[in-house]
Design a protein around this ligand. Structure first.
Ligand code: BGC
Length: 272
C-alpha cells in the first residue's frame, strides 16, 4: 500500500459500521491520513474497540473514539453527530458504510427482511448525509483544511447497477442509493459539498463469508471478477482516503467501482 501522507490532517471523519470489514479498513485508512475518526458500531462493541485501539497505537494517526448508534434511527444519528462535534469540534467527512444483507427469493421474502435492509442501507445513509450536510452548512468553509465544505462518501455496491435475484432488497437499496448520492451532489455541490459513492465488488468480509470460505465458492465468485482475486477491505480504505482528500476535489456525483472489473460483465467474454 502507498504510504499515507497526511492528506486529511485536522479533519474529522465519521465512518458508520466501522467495527469490522470495509468500514474498519476505511476508518484505519482515513486515520492514517491524519483524520480524527469516529468508529461507529451497532452491536459489535469489541470490534469497534479493536479498530480504535489499532488507530490509537499507530504512529502519526489521528485520534479515534467509538460511538454506538443504530443508523436507521434519526434520534440516534443526531446523537452520533452531536457527540462527534462535542469531541472533535465538527465533521468534515461522512462515510455512511453500515449495511446488511437479508437474502431470500423474492416470493418468500418477509416484509421484515425487506424493511430492515432498506432501513439500514438506504434510510441510514440518508440520515447520516442529512446530519452531515447540516453540520457542514452550520460550520462553513475551513480553507485551512480542505477546499470543500464537506465530503460525503456513500459505501454502495456493484449491485447499484447489477441486478441480483435472491437479494432484491439489497440491490434495490443500493440502486436507490445511487440516486440519493447524485441528488445530494446536484443540490449541494454549489455550496462546495462533494458527494460520491464507492461501489465495492466481491470483497472478503463477513457479509459474504459463505461465498468465499469454500474452494468451490471461491472459484465460482472469481468467474465474475476479471482481475482474478477478491477484493480486500483495504482496497476500499485507500480509495476512500484519497476520495476524501483535495486530490479528488473535482470528483463529485460519481460512483467509483472498486471491483476488479466485475461491472465489465466477464460472463460476456466468450458469450452473447
Ligand atoms: C455484497 C456481497 C457480494 C458482492 C458481489 C456486495 O455488495 O455485499 O455479498 O459478494 O456485492 O456480488
Amino acid at each position: 500500500m502507498q504510504k499515507p501522507n497526511k492528506r486529511l490532517e485536522n479533519q474529522t471523519c465519521v465512518v458508520t459500521g466501522s467495527s469490522s470489514g470495509i468500514g474498519a479498513a476505511i476508518a484505519k485508512a482515513v486515520a492514517a491520513e491524519g483524520a480524527n475518526v469516529v468508529v461507529n458500531y451497532h452491536t459489535n462493541k469489541e470490534g469497534a474497540e479493536e479498530v480504535a485501539h489499532a488507530i490509537s497505537n499507530s504512529k502519526n494517526s489521528g485520534k479515534a473514539i467509538i460511538i454506538k448508534c443504530d443508523v436507521s434511527k434519526e434520534n440516534e444519528v443526531d446523537t452520533l453527530f452531536k457527540k462527534t462535534i462535542s469531541e472533535f469540534g465538527t465533521v468534515d467527512i461522512c462515510i455512511p458504510n453500515a449495511g446488511l444483507q437479508k437474502d431470500y427469493p423474492l416470493h418468500k421474502m418477509p416484509l421484515k427482511a425487506w424493511q430492515q435492509v432498506i432501513d439500514v442501507n438506504l434510510t441510514g445513509q440518508f440520515l447520516c448525509a442529512k446530519a452531515a450536510i447540516n453540520e457542514f452548512l452550520r460550520r462553513g468553509m475551513r480553507p485551512d483544511v480542505s477546499k470543500s465544505l464537506g465530503k460525503i462518501i456513500h459505501v454502495s455496491s456493484v449491485h447499484e447497477i447489477i441486478p441480483w435475484a435472491g437479494h432484491a432488497n439489497y440491490a434495490a437499496s443500493k440502486g436507490a442509493l445511487k440516486m440519493l448520492m447524485e441528488s445530494i451532489c446536484q443540490g449541494y455541490a454549489p455550496k462546495k459539498v462533494r458527494c460520491n459513492s464507492i461501489a465495492p465488488g466481491a470483497t472478503k468480509t463477513a457479509i459474504n463469508k459463505e461465498v468465499w470460505n469454500t474452494k468451490e465458492g471461491l472459484e465460482n465468485i472469481l468467474k465474475l471478477v476479471p482481475y482474478d482475486r477478491m477484493g480486500i477491505p483495504e482496497d476500499m480504505g485507500s480509495v476512500a482516503a484519497w476520495l476524501a482528500s483535495d486530490e479528488a476535489e473535482y470528483i463529485n456525483g460519481t460512483t467509483i467501482f472498486v471491483d476488479g472489473g466485475m461491472t465489465c460483465y466477464p460472463g460476456f467474454t466468450e458469450n452473447g
